[in-house]
Design a protein around this ligand. Structure first.
Ligand SMILES: C[S@@+](CC[C@H](N)C(=O)[O-])C[C@H]1O[C@@H](n2cnc3c(N)ncnc32)[C@H](O)[C@@H]1O
Length: 231
C-alpha cells in the first residue's frame, strides 16, 4: 500500500479528472466514482483510484507493461449487472479476475458462493493493495459467501488456469496481442464450462472470431460469452 499512495499524491492536480472516463465515460467522474468512494469508506478498503503502471512500479512488470492498460476499478452497479447476467450455479465455478488491480471485483464476487476466487495482477504494488483489501473485507463482511479469495502476482499471459468450471472476468486489461493469446489459451486449455465476462470489450473481435465462444449477453458496456464444456 505504501508503494501506491506516495505516487498517487504526486500526481498533478486534476490528473485523475483529466484521465477519468477513458474506460467508462462520465460515470467515473460522477456517481460511479462517488459510489466507489462510499464503498471504500464503508468497508475500510482502497479501490477507487486511477493509476498508470508506468508511474507506479514499471521496473517490476517487464514485457507486459507495453500492452497493459491502467488501473481503474469496475463501477459497482455495472459489476452487479454483469454478475446477474451469468446463468450459473455459483458454487460450481471458480471466478478469475484477469487484471485484478486493487481487487474490488474480487470483494464483490465474494458475496456470491463461488467455489474459489482468484485475482491475477501483474503489478506487485497493486497486488499488495488487493491483498490488504481482502484482509479488511473479511473483517467488514464476515458474511461474504466465498471465503477462498486469492491474489496471484503474475502476467495473465502465463498464468496457469485453475481446473474445473471457470468464470473469467476482464475489464479491458490489455491490448489486442495479449488478449489474443489469452483467448486462444482459454479455448485450448479449459475443458470445463467457461463464461467470459468482458467489460469495455475493446477487443471483442478477438473473442467473436473464436468459434469456441458464443455471445450470450450484450449490455453495451460489457458482454458475456459462453464456452461449453468439452464432451
Ligand atoms: C482496468 S483495470 C481492472 C481492475 C479490476 N479488474 C476491476 O475491474 O476493478 C486493468 C488491470 O489489468 C492489469 N493488467 C494489465 N496487463 C496485465 C497482465 N498482462 N497480467 C495481469 N494483469 C494485467 C492492470 O495492472 C490493471 O490493474
Amino acid at each position: 500500500m505504501d508503494t501506491v499512495f506516495p505516487r498517487m499524491r504526486e500526481w498533478p492536480r486534476g490528473a485523475v479528472e483529466r484521465h477519468a472516463g477513458m474506460m467508462s465515460g462520465s460515470l467515473r467522474v460522477g456517481s460511479g466514482r462517488r459510489s466507489g468512494q462510499r464503498f471504500d469508506a464503508r468497508h475500510g478498503v482502497v479501490t477507487e483510484a486511477l493509476i498508470f503502471l508506468g508511474e507506479l512500479d514499471p521496473e517490476h512488470i517487464g514485457d507486459a507493461l507495453a500492452d497493459a492498460t491502467h488501473y481503474e476499478p469496475t463501477p459497482l452497479a455495472q459489476f452487479d449487472e454483469l454478475l446477474r447476467a451469468l446463468p450459473i450455479a455459483h458454487d460450481e465455478y471458480t471466478f478469475v479476475d484477469i487484471g485484478a488491480g486493487m481487487g474490488r471485483v474480487l470483494l464483490l464476487a465474494s458475496t456470491k458462493p463461488f467455489k474459489h476466487i482468484v485475482g491475477v495482477e501483474v503489478s506487485p504494488a497493486l497486488c499488495q493493495t488487493a491483498r490488504d483489501n481482502v484482509t479488511k473485507w473479511r473483517e467488514s463482511r464476515p458474511d461474504a459467501h466465498c471465503k477462498d479469495v486469492r491474489v496471484v502476482c503474475k502476467d495473465a499471459a502465463s498464468f496457469r488456469f485453475p481446473n474445473g468450471n471457470l468464470v473469467f472476468y476482464l475489464y479491458n486489461p490489455f491490448g489486442e496481442s495479449t488478449m489474443r493469446r489469452l483467448v486462444y489459451r482459454i479455448a485450448q486449455e479449459c475443458s470445463g464450462s467457461v463464461f467470459l465476462v468482458y467489460h469495455t470489450p475493446v477487443h471483442r473481435d478477438v473473442v467473436d472470431e473464436n468459434r469456441c465462444f458464443t455471445p450470450l449477453v450484450d449490455l453495451g458496456f460489457g458482454r458475456v460469452y459462453e464456452k461449453k464444456a468439452a464432451t
